[in-house]
Design a protein around this ligand. Structure first.
Ligand code: NAD
Length: 258
């Protein structure tokens, strides 16, 4: 087993699926203890059981990242079992392939997407700072997106109305927090992936016409696998990136280079 994250305690929201799950296994393979935190309790427990079965020390916890009380409870359980959190990955996210602005329920959906993607990231960060500081520092990795950097025409997907603003918010929140927390030795960075094949994008990728258009937007000629995103999270989480803070790392097969 590699020791890139030896002695680290990694708390991963959205850890039961897609990019978060890939990070959970990869970080565990590199020596970290893993907390799989997800709104889907069965999936969180299933993933942490699989990690434990493969020799990775793991705890599964249920939480809704929009609820401060859930985060505090999940952090207490983590601290009781493993001590202070040294790595926080915010991968919980929502992107229902839903509503254009005309949709009647769009305000409700707007609120939920902003709440989960942006406020949820703020709440976990807010709650983790003190323990990271007392422990001599830490690394926070937030999942933004190429959609936090550039626009996406809603005709491609029937509307991403709140998604891009939520991810743009995560990007600037990350930079601001990085500046504030640098003196406390807490690094804060975000990953900005292109389209990856996960349950999150199934509604898009199961549409054969649409997926072709989406692939064409990535010069590399395919979508990402979750592990390819997780490897970049591993770098940002580990001490190898000790001089990197406030950055957004594009992992997008060239999508935004054009
Ligand atoms: N897949 C992509 O193409 C892609 C591209 C760019 C950015 N991202 C971002 O990466 C992150 C992970 O995406 P993914 O593809 O792995 O998605 P996914 O749907 O596979 O996993 C997301 C996980 O978050 C959990 N979750 C949702 N709401 C939650 C809440 N309120 N509290 C706690 N957990 C909650 C879900 O249960 C799920 O397990 C998201 O933030 C997404 O916006 C994904």
């Amino acid at each position: 087993m590699s020791e890139r994250l030896k002695g680290k305690v990694a708390f991963i929201t959205g850890g039961a699926s897609g990019i978060g799950e890939a990070a959970a296994f990869l970080f565990g393979e590199h020596g970290a203890k893993i907390i799989v935190a997800d709104i889907d309790e069965d999936a969180a427990l299933r993933t942490s059981n699989e990690l434990n079965s493969s020799g990775i020390d793991s705890l599964g916890v249920q939480l809704d990242v929009t609820r401060d009380v859930d985060i505090k409870n999940a952090f207490s359980r983590t601290n009781e079992k493993y001590g202070p959190i040294s790595i926080l990955v915010n991968s919980a996210g929502l992107n229902p392939r839903l509503p254009s602005l005309e949709n009647k329920s769009s305000e409700e959906i707007w609120d939920r997407i902003i709440d989960v993607n942006l406020k949820g990231t703020y709440l976990t960060c807010k709650n983790v700072v003190q323990q990271m500081e007392e422990n001599g520092g830490g690394s926070i990795v937030n999942l933004s997106s190429i959609m936090g950097e550039v626009a996406y025409h809603s005709s491609m997907s029937n509307g991403f109305s709140a998604y891009n603003p939520s991810k743009g918010g995560v990007l600037l929140f990350t930079k601001n927090l990085a500046v504030d927390l640098a003196p406390k030795k807490i690094r804060v960075n975000c990953l900005n992936p292109g389209f990856a094949e996960t349950p999150f994008t199934e509604a898009l990728t199961s549409d054969t016409e649409l997926v072709k258009k989406i692939i064409d937007l990535h010069p590399i000629g395919r979508l990402a696998q979750p592990k390819e995103i997780a490897y970049c999270a591993l770098f940002l989480a580990s001490d190898e990136s000790s001089f990197v803070t406030g950055t957004s790392l594009l992992v997008d097969g060239g999508y935004t280079a054009q």
